[in-house]
Structures are given as C-alpha cells and as structure tokens.
Design a protein around this ligand. Sequence first.
Ligand SMILES: [Zn+2]
Length: 207
Amino acid sequence: MDIIEKLTEIFKEFPGIGERQAKRFVYFLMSRTGAYNENLSSLILDLKKEVAQCKECFRFFIIENNKKTQICEICANPHVDSSVLMVVEKDSDLESMKKSKVYHGKYFILGGLVPVVEKNTKSRVRIDELKKKISTEARPQGLKEIILAFSISPQGEHTDQYAREQLKDVTEKFNIKISSLGKGLSTGTELEYSDNDTLKNALKNRQ
Ligand SMILES: [Zn+2]
C-alpha cells in the first residue's frame, strides 16, 4: 500500500466518510503546506493529552488547568438532577441536549447503536457498564427514571428495545421507570441535529 492508500484507509474509518471522500481528504492534505500538516498532526496528538473520558458517563471532556480529574463537570456538579439518567448514543447527542438547556439531569453514553442483525452486541455498546451505573445510582433520593434517547431510525428503535430488555431486571429491582424520548418525533430524527423546541417536546412527551 502506498501512502495515499494508507491515509485513504484511515479516513474511510471516520463516521460517514466513504472511499471517494477519504481520497479527497488525502489530496487536500497534499495541497497544503508542511506547516499546516504539522499543526494538524500535533493537534491530533494533543487531543489524547488534553481530553479525558469521564468514568461516570463515558463522555469525553477537556481537562481544565491540568487537573487530574476523571469525572466530567456534569457528573461532578451537585446541582444536576440525579433522579434522571438520559442514555444517548454518542457525545454529539449529549452536547446538543446540553446546549438546548431543556434537560437538567445526568447522562450516560452508550457508545453506539445496536444494528438489527448483530451477533456480538455486548462488545459494541456499554450495556454492562450501564447496568452497573444504575445499581450504584439507585438509592433513596437517587435515580428514579432512565430516559432512552436514541435516534428515530430502525437501528435506534432496535437499540431502545434491546436496552429495555437488558435493563428490565435491574430497573424492576430498584423500581426505576424506563421511558423513551421521541415517541411522537418523526422518523429520521437525529438528536444531534434537533432544535430546542423539538427536544423540549420530545422530553415532555416521553413515554
Ligand atoms: Zn461525566
């Protein structure tokens, strides 16, 4: 494999990027100056140094002032409503929900959706981590409701069902309600791209 093919293969792994787009990225980089590419490579390297993954919700967050913290500012904030836990697919879903300011509870990032045909589901999403999180958060004055907030697509709906089945035992044990965001949202809705009103209505009409 030559260097163009190698880089193309890497870009192809990026979400939503196909072969042709990947190749266009490589040609774009070739047309840039050495300084541009150096800056890009060093930023990529710094990303791992300046960002940590929260041990509680699994979101990525910027480490501020070199603090050695493993908990993000949402999970560490005592004013966040810890009676609700919203389960989302990915970081960008959490960010748009957070930005909308319509939800004030905690989050959990599942790390993916479950395809309708899938043999080894457990290895792709953090369902075991989620069960563990629910058990630790379920205490008097603690967790009361799980809100499943996946995109409105066959995969999103399948993930919703899968999560309900998987969480049945633990939620029944601790008497925790499970609801789903987006009943009443139209098909194809992505949390990531939804506006504030849509999110507000989805939250209000959750069931
Ligand atoms: Zn967190």
